[in-house]
Design a protein around this ligand. Structure first.
Ligand code: SAH
Length: 191
């Protein structure tokens, strides 16, 4: 994820559904990123992120680079405008299918960063985990887990509707039959 974001050349980045701040921590270590904002709907997750990043003890120059925002990805949010790139890591599968369209508008039509990197589980890979009963999701809060074909079809549709190109990358070890555990779509705004 970090490599994908770096390769976009972005300076101002969003981590949407940042959770406990693992990616934010990695982003802070990279000088390339001059402005970093993490957003999550969970107050608790943001508190943990704050602790993990030692936010209160950061030197002023570091503190200025980072913002933690409380908000939901299904409501338009002006604070998300003006960024070069956005990461949405393992978040879309937590949204009700009916809310996905709202999320698409918030990110691709309103926030409109030049690059958007989205990851989600690859359901086909679940057969590789012997401890996961057949037909079960990896996490009880997942509303869906998509096959590669399902993710590609959604991502291609979104790209076409909102004026982006998209390419797909594997995340983790790739199995010839079922692909990689996680799938990634890298979107680039056309205009
Ligand atoms: N990106 C993090 C967390 C993934 S877990 C990581 O990779 O570690 C999914 C996260 O999405 C949770 O922190 C959850 O609070 C957040 N989330 C779920 N629905 C959301 C919404 N509507 N708006 C913003 N964040 C949301």
């Amino acid at each position: 994820m970090l490599a994908a974001l770096k390769s976009t050349g972005a300076a101002r980045v969003l981590d949407l559904g940042c959770g406990e701040g693992k990616l934010l921590q990695a982003l802070l270590r990279e000088k390339q990123f001059t402005e970093i904002a993490g957003l999550d709907v969970s107050h608790r997750a943001l508190e943990i992120a704050r602790d993990r990043l030692h936010y209160d003890r950061l030197p002023p120059a570091q503190k200025e680079r980072l913002r933690l925002l409380h908000g939901s990805l299904i409501y338009r949010d002006q604070r998300l405008a003006g960024f070069d790139a956005a990461a949405v890591v393992e978040v879309i599968e937590h949204l009700d299918a009916a809310r996905l369209a709202a999320f698409e508008r918030v990110l691709f039509a309103c926030a409109q960063p030049k690059h958007i990197v989205i990851t989600t589980p690859n359901r086909e890979y679940n057969v590789k985990w012997e401890t996961l009963p057949a037909g079960k999701f990896r996490h009880c809060d997942h509303r869906f887990e998509w096959t590669r074909a399902e993710f590609h079809s959604w991502a291609n549709g979104v790209a076409a509707r909102f004026g982006y190109n998209v390419r797909f990358l594997p995340v983790g070890p790739e199995d010839p039959a079922v692909g990689s555990p996680t799938q990634m779509g890298v979107f680039e705004r056309i205009k």
